[in-house]
Design a protein around this ligand. Structure first.
Ligand SMILES: NC(=O)c1ccc[n+]([C@@H]2O[C@H](COP(=O)([O-])OP(=O)(O)OC[C@H]3O[C@@H](n4cnc5c(N)ncnc54)[C@H](OP(=O)(O)O)[C@@H]3O)[C@@H](O)[C@H]2O)c1
Length: 297
């Protein structure tokens, strides 16, 4: 946490979202679920996009009970399969009159080597390429709904990342931490590039680090790493605290004219040097379009 942020009062806002529609990926648990509860309390229509419909239905029940807003629903989205992403987006474009806030939240961290249905390494595939395609497919609806926001949950781990343009799928060698950092750097670069492309449309973009948050994200850690997490747990956030920067980026009125930036602890902060490299951002953009067989200039 930047030193200056340690003495700031916790952020809060009474901002209402009545009449607004929100999509949140991976909101059946963790940071995403807490974000969904908060935004439903503000009166939004909230669609949680999840891969496991049993978990998703249980989460919808909990979100409705906690928020008192029954305008909450779940739809199937598996970000590790472009077919599922296309089906999900088609459903949203058909059924929804607007989409004011898209929250690209879902993520996997340090999983064993695996590939998505389309042959992408799992972490870059789900965390970056899945959300890249989802945003592309929903963008016309989002633009029509302006003012609108696209919030992408990255991580401080982006700072240790590089984009391996010649081996983005880690086929030559796989280091699970490097692959996670690569995907989270990709989130920040994507947000920056997207902001430039959306200038003048009324759609603004944000990426963020939520903090170190006690969630299921750590499911793939080994024994010693889990012990370490237990030791540091008093210094970590619970999921309500971990959701605050996402909620801030989604609703804070003062951010309405800011776009492309990176946030932590409900405040703007500087991402790593690589995350501000526009040449790298463009190369990643071109590679992503190429991998997904889409044209997005
Ligand atoms: N927790 C932290 O300390 C921390 C720190 C920095 C950044 N973050 C970022 O915060 C975001 C939320 O993570 P979290 O901590 O809330 O973790 P979490 O509790 O594990 O939640 C991750 C969510 O993503 C979903 N997901 C995973 N793979 C998916 C796929 N292929 N398709 C659709 N959904 C999928 C999970 O669904 P299932 O429940 O079905 O697996 C779950 O709903 C992630 O982007 C993560 O990188 C977290």
């Amino acid at each position: 946490m930047p030193f200056s942020n340690m003495f700031r009062a916790a952020w809060s806002s009474e901002e209402r979202l009545d009449g607004k529609t929100v999509v949140i990926t991976g909101a059946n648990t963790g940071i995403g679920k807490e974000t969904a509860i908060d935004l439903s309390k503000r009166g939004a229509r909230v669609i949680i996009a999840c891969r496991d419909m049993e978990k998703a239905k249980a989460a919808v029940k909990e979100i409705i009970e906690s928020s008192g807003n029954d305008n909450v629903l779940c739809k199937k989205l598996d970000l590790s399969d472009t077919k599922s992403i296309r089906e999900f987006a088609e459903g949203i474009n058909q059924d929804e009159a607007k989409l004011n806030i898209l929250i690209n939240n879902a993520g996997v961290m340090v999983c064993p080597y695996g590939k998505t249905a389309d042959g992408f390494e799992m972490q870059i595939g789900v965390n970056h390429l899945g959300h890249f395609l989802l945003t592309y497919l929903l963008l016309d609806l989002i633009k029509k709904s302006a003012p609108a926001r696209i919030v992408t949950v990255s991580s401080l781990a982006h700072s240790w990342g590089s984009i391996y343009l010649d081996d983005i799928n880690s086929e030559k060698s796989y280091d699970k931490s490097k692959a996670y950092s690569q995907s989270k750097l990709a989130n920040v670069l994507f947000t920056r590039s997207l902001a430039k492309r959306l200038e003048g449309t009324g759609v603004t973009t944000y990426s963020l680090h939520p903090g170190v948050v006690q969630t299921d994200l750590f499911r793939h850690l080994n024994g010693p790493q889990r012990c370490f997490m237990k030791v540091v747990s008093p210094f970590t956030k619970n999921s309500v605290q971990g959701a605050q920067t996402t909620i801030y980026c989604a609703v804070e009125p003062k951010l309405a004219n800011e776009t492309g930036g990176y946030y932590s602890d409900c405040a703007p902060t500087s991402p790593s040097r690589k995350a501000k490299n526009d040449e790298l951002a463009q190369k990643l953009w071109d590679l992503s379009c190429n991998m997904l067989s889409i044209t997005w200039d």
